[in-house]
Design a protein around this ligand. Structure first.
Ligand SMILES: [Zn+2]
Ligand SMILES: [Zn+2]
Length: 257
C-alpha cells in the first residue's frame, strides 16, 4: 500500500516540482489557456488516494497468488536483457489493455458511472494520473494480476526487475501525459523514430475533447483504429516549438506573419 502511494506521490510531486522550477519554460509550452482550479487539485488528489488503495490491494493479492504458486516469479539469477525484454512485453500488453478498456469506458453505458470522474479534469495536472472512480481504479489495477495469471498459465515466469521497471515506467508516463505542459522536444511528431510514442498533447487533447486519442504509451492503436485527433500533429507543433523561436516571434511579430 505504502509502495503504491509513494510511487504516485513521488512521480506526481516530482513533475509538479519540475514544472514549478522551470515555470518560464513551462508557461511557454502550456497546452491549454484554461487553468486547473484548487478544487480540481483537491478532487484529483483525494480520488487518487482511493485508487492507491485499490492498487495496494491488487499488489497484495498478486503477492498472495505468487506465494501459493498460481503466479510464477523468476527471482533467481537472470541476464539484464531478459528483464528489459520482459518489461517491453508487459508495456505492449498494457498499452493494448489500456486502449480497449478506455474505449469501452467511453461507451454510453460505462462513461457516466465509470469514467466521467477522470474527465472532470478538463485541464489535466500531474495529479490527474490516478483520478479515477473506484470501478476505473479496479480496471486499471486488474491488468497486472490478470497478465501474470495468463502468462503463468502459458508457462512464462517474469522477473521482479521487469515488473518493477514496468511499474515505474507506467506511473512516469501517466504523469507525463497529464502534465498540462508539453514536455517532449520539438520535432517529436515529425521523426519516425519518436512519432510512435505518444506525447502530453496527445492525451491532453483527449481531456479537452474526449472523442479521440484513447491510447497510452504509443500512437499506433489510435492510428490503426482511426481515433487519432485530426489536428494532433498541428497542435503539438504549435505548443512544442523551441523556446528561442517562440521568443523571437514575440519580439518581432512582423517576422511571424
Ligand atoms: Zn477517457
Ligand atoms: Zn487522462
Amino acid at each position: 500500500m505504502y509502495f503504491d502511494f509513494s510511487r504516485y506521490a513521488i512521480a506526481a510531486g516530482a513533475m509538479f516540482g519540475f514544472l514549478l522550477i522551470f515555470r518560464l519554460w513551462a508557461e511557454n509550452r502550456r497546452i491549454q489557456t484554461r487553468r486547473a482550479t484548487r478544487h480540481d487539485y483537491a478532487r484529483e488528489i483525494l480520488s487518487s488516494l482511493r485508487t492507491v488503495f485499490f492498487f495496494g490491494v491488487t499488489t497484495l493479492a498478486t503477492l498472495a497468488l505468487s506465494r501459493v504458486g498460481v503466479i510464477k516469479f523468476e527471482i533467481s539469477e537472470f541476464p539484464l536483457w531478459l528483464a528489459l525484454v520482459q518489461a517491453a512485453a508487459i508495456i505492449l500488453a498494457h498499452d493494448a489493455w489500456f486502449y480497449w478498456t478506455h474505449r469501452a469506458m467511453h461507451s454510453k453505458l460505462l462513461f457516466r458511472p465509470v469514467h466521467l470522474h477522470h474527465h472532470k479534469s478538463r485541464t489535466p495536472t500531474p495529479f490527474t494520473a490516478y483520478s479515477f472512480t473506484w470501478i476505473e481504479a479496479i480496471i486499471e489495477a486488474a491488468f497486472m494480476p490478470l497478465f501474470l495469471l495468463v502468462t503463468s498459465l502459458m508457462g512464462f515466469a517474469f522477473t521482479g526487475l521487469a515488473l518493477l521497471l514496468f511499474i515505474w515506467i507506467q506511473i512516469s508516463r501517466n504523469v507525463m501525459q497529464h502534465a498540462g505542459v508539453e514536455i517532449h522536444p520539438a520535432g517529436w511528431v515529425d521523426s519516425k523514430w519518436t512519432d510512435w510514442i505518444s506525447t502530453t498533447t496527445h492525451h491532453d487533447l483527449h481531456h479537452s475533447g474526449g472523442n479521440h486519442n484513447f491510447g497510452f504509451y504509443f500512437t499506433w492503436w489510435d492510428r490503426w483504429m482511426g481515433t487519432e485527433h485530426p489536428q494532433y500533429k498541428e497542435r503539438f507543433r504549435a505548443v512544442a516549438k523551441p523556446l528561442i523561436q517562440r521568443r523571437t516571434k514575440r519580439e518581432n511579430p512582423a517576422s511571424a506573419a
